[in-house]
Design a protein around this ligand. Structure first.
Ligand code: FES
Length: 226
């Protein structure tokens, strides 16, 4: 029987303890990293802490680092990892405060979304979205707030840069014909989010599980000027 060998970062900030714990569990057909974590919690260590909700790649809550790369644990299949040697490393997303083990505190990003008002402010008159614009907005609208791009962006470590997730969200308000004042949005993105601090390294494009391509959207926002 094939075995999955995991090395999981355990952290309990309240006691200051931080260490890596190894687990070896039997592989089951179709196993994802989320189902592996659930098996550990049920049968090996009930104190292991991680987040999940939909188990279908929709809610974005289960993102963790698997061998250093941000992935949705509920979508990532275990099988390809069994073929390589060594333990598979599971860690919380980088750049966030750890609440416990693999669960992170994303409040700073949520606050930034609120600060930059990442929702539409509709014009007084009703306006329709032409199909071509709707198609253009589709990719940005696919963002599930999983924080993978945000955690993998080297520039987010720099405090003033809002990060790829924020700009992917703001992008649609510059394009959406229902938005009351796209120009104000652009100014907010440039000043409030330090848009031009983006390195255009495309790392966020590579890790987004929904193929939102934040770096590409950021480059497009830059062409609006301001
Ligand atoms: Fe919802 Fe993984 S549990 S995206």
């Amino acid at each position: 029987m094939m075995k999955l060998r995991l090395k999981i970062r355990r952290e309990h900030p309240e006691s200051g303890s931080c260490y890596y714990q190894s687990f070896e569990i039997p592989y089951e057909e179709g196993m994802t990293f989320l189902s592996a974590l659930q098996k550990i919690k049920e049968h090996y260590d009930e104190t292991l802490t991680f987040r999940h909700f939909c188990r279908a790649g929709i809610c974005g809550t289960c993102t963790i680092r698997i061998n250093g790369f941000p992935k949705l644990a509920c979508k990532e299949q275990v099988l390809p990892y069994l073929l390589s040697d060594g333990d598979v490393l599971l860690e919380p997303l980088r750049g966030f405060k750890v609440i416990r083990d693999l669960a992170i505190d994303n409040q700073n990003v949520i606050s930034k979304l609120k600060e930059l008002r990442a929702w539409i402010k509709e014009k007084a008159v009703e306006s329709k979205i032409p199909p071509t614009v709707s198609k253009k907005l589709e990719s940005a609208a696919d963002c599930i707030l999983c924080f993978a791009c945000q955690s993998y962006c080297p520039q987010v470590m720099e405090e003033e840069y809002a990060g790829p997730l924020i700009f992917a969200k703001l992008y649609r308000f510059l394009e959406d014909p229902r938005e009351e004042n796209p120009q104000v949005r652009l100014t907010q993105a440039i000043k409030g989010g330090n848009l031009y601090h983006c390195l255009s390294c495309n790392k966020c494009n590579h890790v987004c599980p929904k193929e939102v391509q934040p770096a590409t959207l950021i480059r497009e926002i830059m062409t609006y000027g301001g």
